[in-house]
Design a protein around this ligand. Structure first.
Ligand SMILES: *Cc1c(COP(=O)(O)O)cnc(C)c1O
Length: 376
C-alpha cells in the first residue's frame, strides 16, 4: 500500500482513488483459459468496456497474447475493437440492430443473429448483394437471445443457407455454467450437439469462462471467456486466476470517535468501542456499491491496508466512505487503502453488496486515476 510501490499507479496528487490494471496478468489469464479450452480457440468477451478495465488497452494486450476473436455486446463497442485490432474477428452479441446490416459489413463486424426478425433482415440484405458475415444464435434453454431449436431445424432444411447468409459460427449461451451440478447444463449441451449436427462444418461456440471448466464436451470450436480473463472468480469458491484490477482509495482524514456514537448517513451503525475511523475518498459515484455499507444489523464489506483488513463502518456516501482502523495503528492520512485486489478479493466485496464481481467491475467509475502495468 506504499505510495512508492512500483507496481501501483503513481496517481496525481489531485486524485482521490486509483485503479491499477495489470495487462500482463490479463494476458496470462487468457493464455491459461486458452490452454484449458484444449483444441478449441479461446476468444475474449470484452463487452462492458472490457468488464470495466478499458476496452482498447484490453484488446491490444489480448491481441498481442494471440487472441484473434472478440465478442462485444454492441456495434459501438465493435467499432472501437476494430480500431484497436484491424485484423480481428469481431462478433456483436446483442444481435443485428435495425438497418445496420451494411454498417456491420463495412466495419467487418459480425452480428450474432438472435431472432427470426433479425434473420429476415440479414437475409434480405444479403439477397440484395450485401456482403459480410454473421453468427447464428440458437437458444438452448436460457430464453434470452437466440432462435428456437425448431426454427434452427427449419433453417437447416435449406442446404444453401450457411453460404447464402455468410454464416461463420453457430452459438448458444449457458445459463448455469457457474453451478456445475445444475441439470440445465447437460440439457443445453445435448441440444447444442443436435444444433451442431444440423449445420455440419459450421464452427460451434457454447462455453463462457465457467463453461470451459465443465469439460471438453462443452468446448466445441470457440470458447468465449470473459470474467476469468479479468481475474474474477467464475465459480463460487473457486480461486480466480491472477488479479488484474486493484482499486484503491486515499485516506482523507482519520478521526477518533467515542463508543456509542454513530457514523455516516442515517446513523446506521453505532460504534461498540472507542474507534479510529478513516474516511476514504471513494463512494458510490465511483461505482463502489452503496449496498456494501455496514449497519448494526448487517456487516458490510472490508478493505485492506498495512497487511490487515479494515471493515466499512456505516453507509457508503457518494464520494466518501468510512472504515474502522482501530486495529491498524499505522494508518495515516494520505495512505492508499485497497478496496479490492489481490488482498481483498473483488468477489468478497461483491458478495457483501449482494452482487457478483461482474457488476462491481463493470461499475468502476470514471473518477479513478487509471494506470496500466505492462504497456497499454
Ligand atoms: C458475457 C458473455 C460471455 C462471457 O462470460 P463470462 O462468464 O464472463 O466468461 C460469453 N458469452 C456470452 C453470450 C456473454 O454474454
Amino acid at each position: 500500500m506504499e505510495q512508492s510501490d512500483p507496481n501501483r499507479a503513481q496517481a496525481p496528487v489531485t486524485a482521490g482513488n486509483r485503479l491499477t490494471i495489470d495487462l500482463g496478468a490479463l494476458s496470462r489469464n487468457w493464455l491459461a483459459l486458452d490452454a484449458l479450452a484444449g483444441a478449441a480457440e479461446a476468444a475474449a468477451a470484452v463487452k462492458g468496456n472490457a468488464y470495466g478495465i478499458g476496452l482498447v488497452p484490453a484488446v491490444r494486450a489480448l491481441s498481442r497474447a494471440g487472441c484473434r476473436t472478440f465478442f462485444v455486446a454492441l456495434p459501438d463497442e465493435g467499432l472501437r475493437v476494430r480500431a484497436a485490432a484491424p485484423d480481428a474477428t469481431i462478433y456483436i452479441l446483442n444481435g443485428l440492430a435495425s438497418n445496420l446490416s451494411s454498417m456491420h459489413a463495412e466495419a467487418r463486424l459480425r452480428p450474432v443473429i438472435g431472432s427470426t426478425g433479425e434473420l429476415d433482415e440479414w437475409a434480405a440484405y444479403r439477397a440484395r448483394g450485401g456482403d459480410g458475415n454473421a453468427a447464428l444464435h440458437v437458444d438452448t434453454g436460457m430464453n434470452r437471445l437466440g432462435i428456437t431449436f425448431a426454427e434452427a431445424q427449419e433453417l437447416a432444411a435449406d442446404p444453401g443457407l450457411v453460404e447464402r447468409l455468410g454464416l461463420t459460427l453457430v452459438m448458444s449461451h449457458l445459463a448455469c455454467a457457474d453451478t456445475p451440478a445444475h441439470p440445465l447444463n447437460a440439457r443445453q449441451l445435448a441440444t447444442m450437439q443436435n444444433v451442431r449436427a444440423l449445420f455440419p462444418g459450421l464452427p460451434v461456440s457454447l462455453a463462457n469462462t465457467a463453461g470451459i471448466t465443465l469439460g471438453p464436451d462443452y468446448h466445441f470450436d470457440i470458447a468465449r471467456p470473459g470474467i476469468g480473463i479479468y481475474g474474477g472468480p467464475y465459480i463460487e469458491g473457486i480461486a480466480p486466476l491472477e488479479t488484474v484490477v486493484t482499486a484503491e482509495a486515499r485516506i482523507v482524514q482519520i478521526r477518533n470517535v467515542p463508543a456509542g456514537q454513530t457514523v455516516g448517513y442515517g446513523a446506521a451503525q453505532t460504534l461498540a468501542r472507542p474507534s479510529r475511523i478513516a474516511i476514504l475518498s471513494t463512494g458510490y459515484a465511483d461505482g463502489y456499491h452503496r449496498a456494501a455499507g455496514s449497519t448494526d444489523q448487517r456487516p458490510g464489506a472490508a478493505t485492506f491496508l498495512h497487511g490487515r483488513p479494515a471493515p466499512l463502518v456505516g453507509r457508503v456516501s457518494m464520494d466518501l466512505m468510512a472504515i474502522d482502523v482501530t486495529d491498524v495503528p499505522e494508518a495515516r492520512r494520505g495512505d492508499w487503502v485497497e478496496l479490492f485486489g489481490a488482498n481483498m478479493p473483488v468477489a468478497e466485496v461483491a458478495a457483501a453488496a449482494g452482487t457478483i464481481s461482474y457488476e462491481l467491475l463493470t461499475s468502476l467509475g470514471a473518477r479513478y486515476a487509471r494506470h496500466y502495468l505492462g504497456d497499454a
